[in-house]
Design a protein around this ligand. Structure first.
Ligand code: NAD
Length: 498
């Protein structure tokens, strides 16, 4: 049985809270171990360690700092299979998908190796008589990240890598549902040469999250999870004077124009809608065919594909997707399907009754497909986060565009078409943060930024790319004049460039 405590000051530290939660193995419903639910005092211990270690780390030159990231990449390469298996067993996704989760995290680590360049300031020679002006980016100090269950490697790495590359110390509070990989990441960074105390992992629930939000020594918080919690964290963190970026839930649409290649579209939709059991913030959960003929062709091709999805345990490399993360998640998703039926949507493929032979206690669900979903239905308005795809039929392009534009969420969206004009118009007018043109899951590559609009993101700066270096640093601007440029006599008027 795994007993997961905290990782503080370069060491595993047991919790004294007396509170813990089971870590489940979704593929068979067994208990893998327990994770501690930490206390305010344990958070303080992590903060004290981080505060003590951070000044020396910030004073280490940036090239030496990123050498630790380079070494970390090598160590993950060494332990890749072990990490992917642990991730798949705790989360439920398949091992190939778990490898993708790790890989998308590593791609951000790779970009952060450019930190010495990305942190460079600006310089103006001769801004006035004998005056030079320059700016520099300095780390914030101690910063924290609170992350969700669905990408237990990728999202922690999106936060840890830029934060530490910039010279901060980091405190991670991962999801209590799959804390194993985040703990391994901390061990690997230590082995790579990161000084003890620069990366700490505290485990827990609301109690420790609230302690992070209220701790005066934590200067910035990056959150990823559901929208109600994102809003709560953003408002409490900013009320406490912290910098915050909080990313929330999603309802991602795919608009299918009449000229789209239907075979390619269906391939894309099957992967983006049902991969990882739909537990991705960039999963497509709404397909919007434009025109009746497009909709009928789509349904005709989609139904047999959804019916033949291969659901399997995380250890089956041939499975399309694995179980949901918990029994509660399974009950919630099944509940949404029941609601959709009651609301009058047409359930053309019903995966509710699926059981996995030999894994009867796992949290499996077959693919579900709804046709004729209407925008006022709960199954359209809310995030389901499961293997359920809703088809909302639109009469024309304008009606289709209105759907993502008027939706509460604005994380990702896609259009499938061969028409360049339509694609260009869509990319320009759609009110969503990340757009795919014939790309179903438009997660931007690591050197661009990731972030949703509207109810999917709170705060000004996105994750990774150049925004991460802005988020984890503060700018200082220096105006200098040396004696050769100094005029005689005191100046009482505000200096201007006249
Ligand atoms: P969640 O909101 O339940 O949990 C996220 C984190 O918040 C966890 O660390 C959890 O311990 C903590 N938390 C939960 N309840 C809390 C409370 N009441 N007070 C304080 N902290 C609390 O989310 P989840 O179920 O782990 O993840 C799934 C959600 O995350 C989905 O809504 C998904 O769309 C979203 N997500 C968004 C993005 C994005 O980039 N926009 C990426 C991945 C996941």
């Amino acid at each position: 049985m795994d007993q997961v405590g905290h990782f503080i000051g370069g060491k595993h530290v047991a919790s004294t809270s007396g509170r813990s939660q089971d870590i489940m193995q979704p593929m068979d419903g067994t208990v893998r171990g327990q994770v501690a639910l930490g206390t305010v005092a344990e958070l303080r211990q992590a903060v004290e360690n981080a505060k003590a270690a951070q000044p020396a780390w910030a004073a280490t030159n940036p090239q030496r700092r990123v050498r630790v990231l380079m070494k970390f990449l090598q160590l993950v390469e060494r332990d890749y299979n072990e990490l992917a298996e642990l991730l798949a067993r705790e989360h439920g996704k398949t091992i190939p998908d778990a490898k993708g989760d790790i890989q998308r995290g590593l791609e951000v680590v790779e970009v952060c190796i450019g930190a010495p360049h990305l942190m460079k300031g600006e310089f103006t020679d001769g801004a006035g008589p004998g005056i030079d002006v320059y700016s520099m980016r300095q780390p914030l100090g101690v910063v924290a990240g609170i992350t969700p269950f669905n990408f237990p490697a990728m999202i922690p790495l999106w936060k840890i890598a830029p934060a530490i590359a910039c010279g901060n110390a980091f405190i991670l509070k991962p999801s209590e549902r799959d804390p194993g990989v985040p703990m391994k990441i901390a061990e690997l960074f230590l082995e790579a040469g990161l000084p003890a105390g620069i990366l700490n992992v505290v485990n827990g629930d609301k109690e420790i999250v609230d302690a992070i939000l209220d701790d005066p020594d934590i200067k910035a918080i990056g959150f990823v999870g559901s929208t109600p919690i994102a809003q709560y964290i953003y408002s409490r963190a900013t009320a406490n004077g912290k910098r915050a970026q909080c990313f929330g839930g999603a309802k991602n649409h795919m608009i299918i124009m009449p000229d789209a290649d239907m075979d390619q579209t269906v391939d894309a939709l099957i992967g983006a809608g049902y991969g990882s059991a739909g537990e991705r913030c960039m999963a497509i959960s709404v397909a919007v065919p434009v025109g009746k003929e497009t909709a009928d062709r789509l349904i005709e091709k989609l139904v047999p594909r959804v019916e033949s999805l291969k659901v399997g345990p995380s250890t089956d490399p041939t499975a399309d997707y694995g179980p949901l993360v918990t029994q509660a998640a399974l009950d919630r998703v099944r509940g949404y399907v029941d609601t959709g039926v009651k609301e009058g949507a047409k359930l053309v493929v019903d995966g509710r009754g699926f059981t996995m032979q030999g894994y009867e206690n796992g949290y499996y669900m077959g693919g579900c497909l709804f046709d004729d979903v209407k925008p006022d239905m709960k199954i359209y308005k809310e995030e389901i986060f499961g293997p359920v795809l809703s088809v909302v039929r639109a009469a024309n392009y304008e009606e289709a565009l209105k759907l993502p534009n008027e939706h509460e969420y604005g994380n990702g969206v896609a259009i499938f078409t061969r028409d360049g004009d339509a694609a260009r118009d869509f990319a320009s007018r759609v009110q969503v943060g990340m757009v795919g043109i014939n790309v179903p899951i438009p997660v931007p590559i690591a050197y661009y930024t990731f972030g949703g609009w509207k109810g999917s993101g709170f705060g000004d700066l996105n994750q990774h790319g150049s925004d991460a270096f802005r988020f984890y640093t503060k700018t200082k601007t220096v105006t200098s004049r040396w004696p050769s440029g100094v005029k005689e006599g005191a100046e009482f008027v505000i200096p201007t460039m006249n």
